[in-house]
Design a protein around this ligand. Structure first.
Ligand code: G6P
Length: 617
């Protein structure tokens, strides 16, 4: 939440910063702002709404300075107003600051600063932090040998701060210098040709440089156009590790698509190919992963798995639970990361803990992971963003390798999590009772998944036509069983996230224990009815809905024959192996919610109130 960009170099900073902010808008879009140093002072432009509004506002300010900071905000402290937008400048005019996170003891700090003459224009915790830096800068900071007073004042301030932060700071009498620090909010340094950048995410800087340093919690970096140094909060110097970003800016561009979500839905066959590449054993009977950091022997000793995640990623965990229990016969528990972290859940001794997170920065998932580690458990992570906090703090893990996902509603990251979950179930199953032959069939099925997804995507026009007929409804149910129950939850989540239609996901048979009260001609139900042992039970649930005049959209596999007139709309997906079915069944609900949201004129890639990477509790 909240996107941060800082630049110091030879170019005009404001256009570069604004360009970077546009790529970070998925992190929040309540307001945006930029501050550059010019004419001996900070020139600030900020505006509520999207970065596009800021761009117009900035054009009135003639921002020519070559170093500056910018921010796109997801409001926490204080409403969505121009005054609350970042950057903030201290009341003595000496410090400018952008911040991602929450300063919990801001009230106490404000009470400390008020009698000393500091004044506040906003309701934000950030402005308090900014003034505390100014206070230390003016009054207390003593430079250590070889280090600037500027860095020292930030360090001193952070010792008094409780909460989370990713900050970038400018000081009036330190032109050409940025100080940046993090605790709980991601920050990446970009090392360019005669310029340095800092941002919350690689996508904001990759057009300038592919050489990056992932800052760690508790580190402070001091940047100039040609140099940088990293120290810890405790003043120890840090030997930086410079990484190369493996994707380029075109991977994070929309191309010919109308929305990133559309692009990412149609990218899924390739994304799945990338996620499985090199991950099958030479004999073609099992999966292999390079970074689990856990021996086969250790794996065999595991008696239980615990999965924690948030939002869409939790639905992927729930499908994984189903597949591990089915194919590896080991009990699995899934929990909302936000609940697990406070629940004091009793864990079995031989439990292996997994977290799933596209961004690798979701604070609840990170906190659940730290809690499990604190209790002495090994934690493995399934994660897309390379170098993320979760990836770095996990004991091992599996990267999704699907490239940047920009649309706030997760699609390709979700199906690749489903794929990796299915591969995990295979890997664990083959260590136990899953036969060589069953393993080979499973691997062949997974390898065929991209083509089955291509086939499912051919339904796009048909689904678009259905979406036009259903876009005016205000309530919808999504019903599925077994491994497709989590896909029903995901379908409902997608629809409400981007179209603002109230939707609920339920196990199809459980529907009669409550949700059926909602059913009428005004509340359609989306049913998953794949072929299999319980298809007739699902058809019976459909009959119960039909008897109450509820419209039905049926997503069936090729072999299923529904009684005539039962479904109002039918979407046919290919028959597939149980491990692949959840992946293929996700496609129609992604397309349905996408086209309904477009039909309703919603801002698909930036749904109201949401952010892609939720780094606050
Ligand atoms: C937010 C997003 C969801 C996402 C969830 C978990 O709530 O809006 O789309 O599923 O965070 O994100 P993660 O990056 O941890 O997978």
């Amino acid at each position: 939440m909240c996107g941060i960009v800082g630049y110091v170099g030879k170019q005009k900073a404001a256009p570069l910063i604004i360009e970077g902010l546009k790529r970070l808008e998925y992190r929040g879009y309540d307001s945006a702002g930029v501050a550059v140093f010019q004419g001996g002072k900070f020139e600030v432009a900020k505006k509520i709404g999207r970065v596009a509004n800021l761009e117009i506002e900035a054009s009135h300010h003639r921002l020519t300075g070559t170093f500056g900071i910018g921010h796109t905000r997801w409001a926490t402290h204080g409403g969505v107003t121009d005054a609350n937008a970042h950057p903030h400048v201290s009341s003595d005019g000496t410090i400018a600051l952008i911040h991602n996170g929450v300063i919990e003891n801001y009230g106490k700090i404000k009470n400390f600063l008020l009698p000393k003459g500091y004044t506040f224009k906003s309701e934000t915790d950030t402005e308090v932090l900014c003034n505390l830096i100014a206070y230390h800068y003016a009054k207390e900071a003593v430079a250590r040998e070889g280090e600037s007073r500027f860095v020292e004042s930030v360090r001193k301030t952070l010792h008094h701060v409780e909460g989370t932060y990713g900050i970038v700071v400018m000081a009036l009498d330190a032109p050409g210098e940025l100080v940046t620090a993090r605790k709980g909010s991601p920050l990446i340094l970009g090392l360019g040709d005669g310029e340095s950048l800092v941002a919350s995410d690689v996508s904001a800087i990759v057009s300038r440089t592919q050489s990056v340093v992932y800052l760690k919690d508790g580190e402070i970096a001091h940047l100039t156009a040609s140099n940088f140094a990293i120290t810890t909060l405790g003043s120890d110097s840090v030997e930086p590790v410079v990484d190369k970003v493996t994707w380029s800016i075109t991977d994070a561009e929309m191309g010919d698509h109308s929305h990133f979500m559309e692009k990412e839905i149609f990218e899924q066959p390739t994304a799945l190919e990338n996620a499985m590449r090199g991950r099958f054993s030479a004999d073609g009977s099992t999966a292999q992963f390079g970074g689990l950091n856990i021996s086969a022997g250790e794996f065999r000793g595991i008696e239980r798995f615990m999965f924690c995640a948030c939002g869409t990623a939790l639905h992927a965990c729930m499908v994984t639970e189903h597949l591990i229990e089915e194919f590896a016969r080991i009990p699995v528990e899934c929990d909302y990361a936000s609940e697990f972290r406070y629940r004091n859940s009793p864990l079995f001794r031989n439990t292996l803990f997994f977290v799933m997170s596209q961004s690798g920065e979701t604070i609840d998932t990170l906190a659940a992971m730290r809690e499990a580690k604190r209790k002495g458990y090994k934690v493995l992570a399934v994660n897309n963003v390379v170098g993320s906090t979760i990836a770095r703090e996990a004991d091992g893990g599996i990267y999704q390798h699907v490239g940047p996902e920009v649309g706030v509603a997760s699609t390709k990251a979700f199906t690749s999590q489903l794929l990796i979950g299915a591969m995990l179930a295979l890997y664990i199953g083959r260590m136990r009772d899953l036969s060589f032959g069953a393993g080979v069939r499973y691997v062949e099925a997974l390898k065929g998944a991209p083509d089955l997804v291509r086939k499912a995507l051919l339904q796009a026009d048909h689904i678009k036509a259905i979406a036009k007929r259903y876009a005016h409804y205000t309530d919808m149910l999504f019903l599925g069983r077994l491994s497709l129950f989590p896909i029903a939850l995901e379908g409902a989540l997608k629809l409400k996230e981007i179209s603002y239609i109230h939707a609920e996901g339920y196990p199809a048979a459980e529907m009669k224990h409550g949700p059926i009260a909602l059913v009428s001609e005004k509340c359609p139900s989306v049913f998953f009815a794949p072929s299999g042992e319980i298809v007739n039970k699902i058809i019976s649930s459909m009959q119960e809905i039909k008897a109450r005049k509820g419209p039905i959209i049926a997503i069936i596999t090729e072999r299923v024959e529904l009684p005539a007139g039962l479904a109002d709309e039918t979407i046919v997906i290919p028959e597939c192996h149980e491990a692949v079915l959840p992946i293929v069944a996700s496609i129609p609900v992604q397309l349905l919610s996408y086209y309904i949201a477009v039909e309703r004129g919603c801002d698909v890639d930036k749904p109201r109130n949401l952010a892609k990477s939720v780094t606050v509790e």
